[in-house]
Each structure stands twice: as structure tokens, then as C-alpha cells.
Write a protein that binds this ligand. Structure first.
Ligand SMILES: CC(=O)N[C@H]1[C@@H](OP(=O)(O)OP(=O)(O)OC[C@H]2O[C@@H](n3ccc(=O)[nH]c3=O)[C@H](O)[C@@H]2O)O[C@H](CO)[C@@H](O)[C@@H]1O
Ligand SMILES: C=C(OP(=O)(O)O)C(=O)O
Length: 424
């Protein structure tokens, strides 16, 4: 099992090319199920989750071709599809549930394993199911599978007004994709406004979908009988960008994050500026300059839906808060169990006390290298950041979590001057 060996203490300098967003690429790969025409995606990141999604789609009968090093991929769901997502694949990647909406809309049926919980929380998909039922799908949950079909005599879902109980990102994406091929109008109230939802909507519109209001809490979709193929470039990964911002802020140095979208990261950039880092964004990327974490001021924040502070950046910013000066309170409101990194950060010398949904961080600590274990994707990233700052050697174990969502992270960090290597 691969691990990362980090010798901390290097300042980071140079340029990083930001990859396409995992959380946009995954639903966009699934959108190829909605049409019998080829769909060409560019800037698809090289990630374990993308490979898993590819395997899943290929098992359903989608032809997938990879073109080049720059992330070109063509998907063609022409043949009769086998609309089944088996447990072996879904259990390794919750985003597999994103095939549900497209399959019901295109094939009139689907059999998708329940994703179950994961390290960060229970993560039910009841809102996805409720929305599809409102659109006329008959759904039973049996033997660990969501069995969905259209009633006898119906060949299409029907539009509906759906208000989800909470803002759900993949729930919004699943229902928006399903609604593109439904009969009549669907209105999604309380919709997620994340940039990845907007990017997916833009791709669907290019495929012929009629969608309005994406990027707001009310999305209207007028269903059409069929969608066509398209070409689409996956939006830059704001979480990868934010992770590198925090890494440079913590180690000190200066970096240019080429392709990074500052307009998708306002909440994080505001906090970095309040901490004392210099962050300048334009249409081509983001420049960050920092005197090093120990010269910054720790920042309190609460995670919320977009455009608030993203839960997917909570662990990385907490690593920065451990070395920055002063106390800070980090409140996680999206997932009930997203503090798994706290105990591991403590092994490096961090002082953090958990009080319910808030982690109180005593800043200004000198971190020292140690063996630590990654528990989930962003927890792994926070341990890498802490390891880059710590004195001596840190070994991060179980980095398969990191590989789910970061495109060659250690290579990008090495290019910035970090002393980091992958070891067996
Ligand atoms: C592939 C992808 O895009 N993953 C992102 C997506 O996950 P994901 O879409 O799974 O997260 P959601 O937005 O759905 O979850 C938000 C909250 O709603 C709850 N919930 C959600 C759906 C549902 O049917 N019932 C329910 O109770 C969840 O347990 C959670 O507490 O958004 C999260 C929140 O920004 C991010 O952390 C993930 O990186
Ligand atoms: C939680 C995450 O992803 P997923 O929803 O795929 O588990 C994440 O990207 O931080």
C-alpha cells in the first residue's frame, strides 16, 4: 500500500497547473448516459474516482476512449445499456449514485447499489429517491439496492416541483440530469449552487437540455425527448486550488496556481487574506504569497453550502490554523463526522479540542514529523500540509484516499520544491 514520505520545512515556490474538478467530472461522465451520441470531455483529472467511474460506465455498455495526457475522453452510450451499478464499485465511490437519474431517464429503469455511509458521515440518498419518485419513478430499496423503474405504459419521467429537505449537491445533479429527458417542466427548489452544478448544467445545455436558474437555489428544467452529443471542458478544481493555497500559506513562499478560479473560492481566499497571506486572482489563475504559517493569524470559520466556506476545505485550513497564531474555532455543519484528521494532526503536535460540531484549535504549535494515517480524502490533504510544515519526517499511510481526488499531488508539490515522495 502506497504511503507518502515528507521531509518538512521547505518553502514552496513556483507554478502549479490546476486540474479539472473531480466533483464536476464525475457527474459529467454520467451525463454521457443521457444520449446515444458521443460526448467528448476535456480536462478530465487523472484520479482513482474517475477510473472507477469509467469502469462502472464500461460495465453498463458505454464505450470510453482516453485521448491524450491533457485529459481528453470520449464516451459513447450508444448500445443497449445494462442499467446496473453493483455494490463492489459503488462501495469504493459514493458518487456512483450519480448514474441513477440518467439511467432512469434514458432506460426507464436502474438497479444501483445503496452507497452506504463513509468515514465523514452517514450520507443517505433519500432526497435523490424522493425526487425521482415525485417524477413518477417507482422505487423500492431491497437487498441493498435501489430498484427504480417507470410504471407500465410510461416511457418517460414526468416533470415535477421538488423541494429537497436540505441542499444536496449530487441530489441536485441527479435530479437535474433526470429532468432533462422528462415530460414537461421540473422545478428544483433549495437546489445546490456549487460551481460544479453550474458546470454540469452548462454541459447539459450544450447537449440540448433546456435549463435555467443554475447557480441559484431554483433550477427550472423543461424536458426534451432526446439529447445529443457535445464537447465540454471540465471546470478547474476549486478544492485542489484551495488545498495548494493552504499549503503555500502554511509553508511560506509564493506560487502561481495556473487556471485556478478565484471567483469560486471567495470564502477561502477571504480567510487567507484575513490570516495575512497575499492572494491575487485574475482570469488566468491565482497568485499566493505567504511569510509562513507561524507569521499568520489563525481564522475561525463555519462550513456551509456554496458560496460559504466549503466542507471539502475544512481539514486543510485546520492544518494551517494549527501553526498560525492564536485560537480558532472550526465548525462543521455539513457532515456529522468530519473531524477524523484531528487525532492524526495531534500526533504531529497540534492542539485541538473537539466540542460537538466545533473543533477549537490552539494555534502557534511547532509540529514535528510522525507516522500518521489518512482516513478520508481531505483528511489526507490536511496531513500532507501539516507534514510539509513539520520538522523532520512524516509518513502518511493509506494515501489511496488522497488518490481518489488529487491528480498527482506529490508531483505537483515536488515541482514547488517540497521534499515529498511516494513509497511502497
Ligand atoms: C461527488 C461530490 O460532488 N461530492 C461532494 C458532494 O457530496 P454529496 O452530494 O454526497 O453531499 P450532499 O450535498 O448531498 O450532502 C449534504 C448533506 O445532506 C445530507 N443528505 C444528502 C442527500 C440526501 O439524500 N440526504 C441527506 O441527508 C448529507 O448526509 C449531508 O449531511 O457535496 C458535498 C458537500 O459540499 C462535498 O463534501 C462532496 O465533496
Ligand atoms: C467528500 C468528498 O468526496 P465524495 O463525495 O466523492 O466522497 C470530497 O471531495 O471531499
Amino acid at each position: 500500500m502506497d504511503r507518502l514520505l515528507i521531509r518538512g520545512g521547505q518553502r514552496l515556490h513556483g507554478e502549479v497547473l490546476v486540474s479539472g474538478a473531480k466533483n464536476a467530472a464525475l457527474p459529467e461522465l454520467c451525463a454521457a448516459l443521457l444520449t446515444d451520441q458521443p460526448v467528448m470531455l476535456r480536462n478530465v483529472p487523472r484520479l482513482r474516482d474517475v477510473a472507477t467511474m469509467r469502469t462502472l460506465l464500461e460495465r453498463m455498455g458505454v464505450q470510453v476512449q482516453t485521448h491524450d495526457e491533457r485529459g481528453g475522453m470520449t464516451l459513447h452510450a450508444a448500445a443497449a445499456l445494462d442499467p446496473v451499478a453493483p455494490y463492489e464499485l459503488v462501495k469504493t465511490m459514493r458518487a456512483s449514485v450519480l448514474v441513477l437519474g440518467p439511467l432512469v431517464a434514458r432506460c426507464g429503469q436502474a438497479r444501483v447499489s445503496l452507497p452506504g455511509g463513509c468515514a465523514i458521515g452517514s450520507r443517505p440518498v433519500d432526497q435523490h429517491i424522493k425526487g425521482l419518485q415525485a417524477m413518477g419513478a417507482e422505487i423500492a430499496v431491497e437487498h441493498g439496492y435501489i430498484e427504480a423503474s417507470l410504471p407500465a405504459g410510461r416511457s418517460r419521467l414526468r416533470g415535477a416541483r421538488i423541494t429537497t429537505d436540505m441542499v444536496t449537491v449530487t441530489g441536485t445533479e441527479n435530479l437535474m440530469m433526470a429532468a432533462t429527458l422528462a415530460e414537461g417542466e421540473t422545478v428544483l427548489e433549495n437546489a445546490a449552487q456549487e460551481p460544479e452544478v453550474v458546470d454540469l448544467a452548462e454541459m447539459l445545455i450544450r447537449m440540448g437540455a433546456r435549463i435555467e436558474g443554475h447557480g441559484t437555489s431554483r433550477i427550472r428544467i423543461e424536458g426534451v425527448p432526446a439529447l445529443g452529443g457535445t464537447e465540454h471542458t471540465v471546470v478547474a478544481d476549486r478544492i485542489e486550488t484551495g488545498t495548494f493555497l493552504c499549503a503555500v500559506a502554511a509553508t511560506g513562499g509564493e506560487a502561481w496556481l495556473r487556471g485556478g478560479r478565484g471567483d469560486h473560492l471567495d470564502a477561502v481566499i477571504d480567510k487567507l487574506r484575513e490570516a495575512g497571506a497575499t492572494v491575487e486572482a485574475d482570469a488566468t489563475g491565482i497568485r499566493v504569497r505567504s511569510p509562513g504559517g507561524a507569521a499568520l493569524r489563525a481564522q475561525s470559520f463555519r462550513t456551509t453550502e456554496y458560496p460559504g466556506f466549503p466542507t471539502d476545505m475544512q481539514a486543510q485550513f485546520m492544518a494551517l490554523n494549527c501553526v498560525a497564531q492564536g485560537p480558532s474555532a472550526v465548525t462543521e455543519t455539513i457532515f456529522e463526522n468530519r473531524f477524523m484528521h484531528v487525532q492524526e494532526l495531534a500526533r504531529l503536535g497540534a492542539r485541538i479540542h473537539i466540542d460537538g460540531r466545533t473543533a477549537v484549535v490552539e494555534g502557534g504549535q511547532r509540529l514535528t514529523g510522525a507516522a500518521v494515517m489518512a482516513t478520508d480524502l481531505r483528511a489526507s490533504a490536511s496531513l500532507v500540509i501539516a507534514g510539509l510544515v513539520a520538522d523532520g519526517e512524516t509518513v502518511v499511510d493509506r494515501i489511496y484516499h488522497l488518490d481518489r481526488g488529487y491528480d498527482r499531488m506529490e508531483r505537483k508539490l515536488r515541482a514547488l520544491g517540497a521534499d515529498i515522495e511516494r513509497i511502497a
